[in-house]
Design a protein around this ligand. Structure first.
Ligand code: HEC
Ligand code: HEC
Length: 270
């Protein structure tokens, strides 16, 4: 009887282990469902919760802290972002469309080159082109609501009144539909621009400086390594780079065919 019990417990544990292993241990190479937006019950949110959402996006999905940190000096600090924004639009050199600080913050995220903070432009562009990616683009993919939440967070954390409203009419269905209908991109160059790799990497015509230069990556890295670098960026961290620097969710954004096309392309760069 006792032996039977032990055998039963043992087989249950074994089954449990393999179920767990196949669910979590094997990397998901089939990035099947295209991007879905985090479901947000905005209607039920208080402003404090909205600001907290903005803080989470700022520190996580938004990848903002990758560049906007005290170390490295890659981008201006944003702890006084809202008062600074008011000064920017008063600047004679300001050519953007924002009328108030909140609009400036929004424009900074969606059209970073509308105003480039002196000394922070892309190398060789004389501060006319910003190295910051459009945060609604493929690599980061922030939604309208997430952008508004980050503005609320930046206002709150720089000690001014929050002026953005919590969006109530988020066309969730529309967003999901368009995501489902996205056609796979046709070439590796298109994939690089769709997923914003060039914001951080030097590859093709792109000149990103945040991540490793990929122009000869195929000479030192094989396909398995490259695939893992894209699906699970923290698995190997190149020398001189920090973990959590590359968006962690490309596996859910890309179609399998896009991933393989990119891996083949990168492996051929020698
Ligand atoms: C790849 C690096 C990078 C990432 C990622 C990034 N930024 Fe930036 N950002 C910059 C640089 C460089 C500048 C300065 C050049 C310019 O004005 O565009 C800047 C400028 C800004 C400005 C204008 C600051 C000022 O003083 O006028 C704001 C606001 C801003 N970023 C917000 C964000 C937010 C919010 C995120 C995340 C959702 C983000 N950035 C992600 C690099 C980055
Ligand atoms: C927000 C910045 C950012 C974006 C966007 C980004 N990367 Fe990265 N990537 C990094 C950083 C930083 C590293 C080095 C740290 C690490 O390995 O995670 C890296 C590492 C890599 C490596 C490993 C290089 C090596 O020698 O170990 C590959 C390959 C790579 N990225 C490919 C891509 C591709 C392809 C895309 C677009 C689909 C992309 N990255 C988008 C920042 C980024």
């Amino acid at each position: 009887m006792r032996n039977l019990l032990i055998a039963t417990v043992f087989s249950l544990l074994t089954i449990g282990f393999f179920t767990g292993y196949s669910n979590y241990g094997i990397p998901q190479i089939e990035p099947s469902p295209p991007p879905t937006e985090e479901k947000l019950d905005l209607g039920a949110m208080t402003m404090d919760q909205f600001v907290a959402l903005g803080e989470r996006v700022y520190n996580g999905k938004g990848t903002c802290t990758l560049c906007h940190t005290a170390v490295g000096g890659r981008a201006p600090m944003l702890d006084k972002a809202a008062p600074v924004a008011a000064k920017r639009i008063a600047d004679a050199g300001y050519k953007g469309k924002a009328k108030d600080a909140a609009e400036y913050l929004r424009e900074s995220m969606l059209e970073p080159s509308a105003y480039v903070v002196a000394g922070f432009g892309k190398a060789g562009t004389n501060d006319t082109v910003s190295p910051m990616p459009n945060v609604s683009g493929g690599g980061i993919g922030m939604s309208e609501a997430e952008i508004a939440a980050v503005i609320a967070y930046l206002q709150d954390s720089s000690g001014v009144e929050v002026t953005v409203e919590i969006p109530q009419d988020v066309p969730e269905e529309a967003a999901e539909e368009s995501a489902e209908q996205r056609e796979p991109v046709a070439s590796p160059e298109d994939a690089i621009s769709e997923f914003g790799c060039g914001a951080c990497h030097k590859v093709g015509d792109e000149e990103g400086e945040v991540g490793p230069d990929l122009t000869k990556i195929g000479a030192t890295r094989d396909k398995a390594y490259l695939r893992r670098s894209i699906l699970d960026p923290n698995a190997d961290i190149g020398e001189g780079f920090e973990p959590d620097s590359m968006p962690p969710d490309y596996g859910t954004q890309m179609y399998a065919s896009e991933l393989e096309m990119l891996v083949d392309y990168l492996a051929g760069l020698k």
